[in-house]
Design a protein around this ligand. Sequence first.
Ligand code: NAD
Ligand code: ZN
Ligand code: ZN
Length: 357
Amino acid sequence: VIRCRAAVAWAVGKPLSIEEVEVAPPKAGEVRIKIVATGICRTDDHILEGSFPNVDFPVIPGHEGAGIVESVGEGVTSVKPGDKVIPIALPNCGECTFCLNPESNYCLKSHFSESQSLLPDRTSRFTCKGKQIYHFLWVSTFAEYTVIPEYAVAKIDAAAPLDKVCLFGCGFPTGYGAAINTAKVKPGSTCAIFGVGGVGLSVVMGCKAAGASRIIAVDINKDKLAKAKELGATDCVNPRDFKKPIQEVLTDMTGHGVDYSFEAIGHADTMTAALASCNMNTGVCVMVGVPVSGSVLSVDPMLVLSGRTWKGTLLGDSIPKLVSSYMEKKFNPDLLITHTLPIAKVNEGFELLRAGK
Ligand code: NAD
Ligand code: ZN
Ligand code: ZN
């Protein structure tokens, strides 16, 4: 058993609390990882607010980490102690009908099919003050050590800087993959990205890599818009600068709407606006933002009936492949890192996120 620090969420609506926790050794098919760095994704904030489905408390959140394998359980063959790895919040069991389908990046062992609050044998590896602590998406990267099923661990390039590539655990592959794999953005096309936080800025990078000729960033925070420009956005739009609905602004700017629109906020109204902003016949709209659990959208069916495609995505790209492209300097998500804090200041990190910093 390893004793180490972790940020524990004891209940909904409470700040995280830094605790000493016990982390049990990995059982068969599991890997214990020393987490070196972790990002804060907006989804972690959704957990603290209680708006993410199937989460049990007390829980150790965090799902955008990178680390080094400390030990492995019986039968583990794909990684060994000392390997650099990224825990994957969307597992890849390799056996279910979804994993066997090359078109799919979902696995039936994922959180939206069955809860990942406990490891596959329905027990936890974390305890604190004599209490069992739940896992989050099996990865729980807000702990100095965590235990994860082997098929939710991606081995990465041994030279990768862990304090940078931790973003490849969620935000970067989600946004980049939404453009490259889900929308399949074509060269010369026009794109609009609603919300340019960590995920939306990664969509901007994906659209640029795909050769889009016009990339319109939409956000209510002008500092985020400036960053979007640095990363490849050609136009920046703040909906608060206009009286008319943002979909009309984008249609005026482009003639018949954009070829591809992306929603990376998670609000019902911006999801509908993103759909209405793409070309009525050939437009593709990709939902990336996570809405409050239980939300319902009301849209005019004509928006889709005229031909638009409306899709969603979860963590849309291969992590080891992206880390290798990063090492070859094909893109530079380092600009997404605004602050670096020790684990003891994790709540300060959340305050910076909520303040749009
Ligand atoms: P973030 O908070 O860093 O970014 C959100 C951005 O949206 C901010 O820049 C904010 O200013 C902007 N915004 C808020 N309201 C707006 C409005 N009305 N109009 C325009 N812009 C507005 O969050 P993030 O970490 O980039 O995550 C974005 C969303 O993606 C979250 O909902 C998160 O849960 C979700 N997410 C989904 C996946 C997936 O696999 N699909 C993965 C990671 C994150
Ligand atoms: Zn995330
Ligand atoms: Zn599977």
